[in-house]
Design a protein around this ligand. Structure first.
Ligand code: DDQ
Ligand code: CA
Length: 272
C-alpha cells in the first residue's frame, strides 16, 4: 500500500505540473497569436473635399458641425485654423509667430492644445474663437503629435514613444515604446484617438499604425499609398500623408497630408 500511495502522489504531482505547463503554453501562444494577427487594412475613398494646398498640415481633428480644426507648420506659415469641411474654406485663422512651427493639435473640453517643432513650447487656445490663452512646456523630447481620450492627452515626438500626458501639467505620466512584432516603430507623427486605440501617421510613409494605448503594441496597420500617388501623378507639389481626424458621431474618418489639395473621407477594408 505504501508503494501505491507514493505512486499516486507522484502521478498527481506530475499531472498537476503537466496541467500548469500546458495551460501556460496555451496562454502564451494565445498571447503571441494576438500580436502576430495584427490586421492589415487597405482603404476605400468615400468622399473627397477641398483642402488648402498651402496648409502644411501637422495637426487635424474633427470639430463637429462639418468643421475641422487644423494646425499648420513651416516657419512663417504656421497657424491654427477652423475650416469648413465641405468647401475647405478657412473660417477662423490665427497665424503664429515666425519662430514657431505648428505641430500636433487636440481638443479637450473647450481648450485646444497645440505643440510646436524643435521648441519645447505649446499653446492652449479657446476652441470657439482660437484666442491664445496660455503657453506651456511639455515632457516630450519634441512636439509632433497630440490626441486625447477626453481625459488625458497622448503625445508623440517623432521617436517610437507614445506618451500619456497630464493635461494640467503636460508632463509625461507614462511612456510606451510602440512595437510591432517586437520591432520598435519610429517616426510616430500625427495622432488620433479612435475607439480606444491611438492611430498614428508614420512620418514619411503611407502607413497609419493602430496602437493599443494600454501597452504600445501595434494592433493593426492601415496602408494608403494610393492617395499620395494619385495627387503626385496629377502633378501636385505635395509632401507626405499627415492628418487623421475622426467624427465620432457620424463615424467618419478623414485623412489629408502636408500641402495636399484634398482631404479624403475613407473607409477601411481588411486585407486577407
Ligand atoms: N515634422 O513634422 C516631421 C515634425 C517636421 C517636418 C519638417 C519638415 C521641414 C520642411 C522644411 C522645408 C523648408 C522649406
Ligand atoms: Ca488627429
Amino acid at each position: 500500500p505504501f508503494r501505491t500511495r507514493k505512486t499516486l502522489i507522484l502521478v498527481s504531482v506530475l499531472s498537476a505540473v503537466a496541467v500548469i505547463v500546458l495551460s501556460w503554453n496555451t496562454w502564451s501562444s494565445f498571447r503571441s497569436d494576438a500580436v502576430v494577427s495584427a490586421q492589415i487594412y487597405s482603404i476605400e475613398v468615400v468622399n473627397e473635399f477641398p483642402h488648402d494646398p498651402a496648409a502644411f498640415t501637422q495637426g487635424l481633428l474633427y470639430g463637429g458641425n462639418d468643421t475641422l480644426l487644423e494646425s499648420t507648420g513651416l516657419n512663417g506659415h504656421s497657424s491654427v485654423r477652423e475650416v469648413d469641411l465641405q468647401t475647405g474654406k478657412i473660417k477662423i485663422l490665427k497665424n503664429m509667430e515666425y519662430e514657431y512651427f505648428g505641430e500636433g493639435l487636440t481638443l479637450l473640453g473647450k481648450r485646444l492644445y497645440q505643440v510646436t517643432w524643435l521648441r519645447n513650447t505649446g499653446f492652449i487656445y479657446d476652441r470657439y474663437n482660437l484666442t491664445k490663452l496660455k503657453s506651456f512646456t511639455h515632457g516630450m523630447k519634441d512636439g509632433w503629435g497630440l490626441a486625447t481620450d477626453g481625459k488625458i492627452l497622448f503625445g508623440s515626438d517623432g521617436s517610437s514613444s507614445l506618451y500619456h500626458l497630464n493635461p494640467r501639467t503636460m508632463k509625461a505620466m507614462k511612456e510606451h515604446v510602440v512595437k510591432y512584432k517586437g520591432h520598435e516603430v519610429h517616426n510616430l507623427n500625427e495622432l488620433e484617438y479612435i475607439n480606444n486605440e491611438v492611430w498614428a501617421n508614420i512620418w514619411q510613409s503611407d502607413c497609419i499604425a493602430r496602437i493599443s494605448p494600454v501597452d504600445g503594441s501595434v494592433i493593426g496597420w492601415v496602408l494608403l499609398p494610393e492617395l499620395r500617388a494619385e495627387l503626385l501623378s496629377a502633378g501636385h507639389k505635395i509632401d507626405v500623408l499627415n492628418g487623421i481626424a475622426w467624427d465620432e458621431d457620424k463615424k467618419r474618418l478623414f485623412v489629408t497630408g502636408k500641402l495636399w489639395p484634398k482631404l479624403y473621407e475613407i473607409k477601411l477594408q481588411p486585407l486577407r
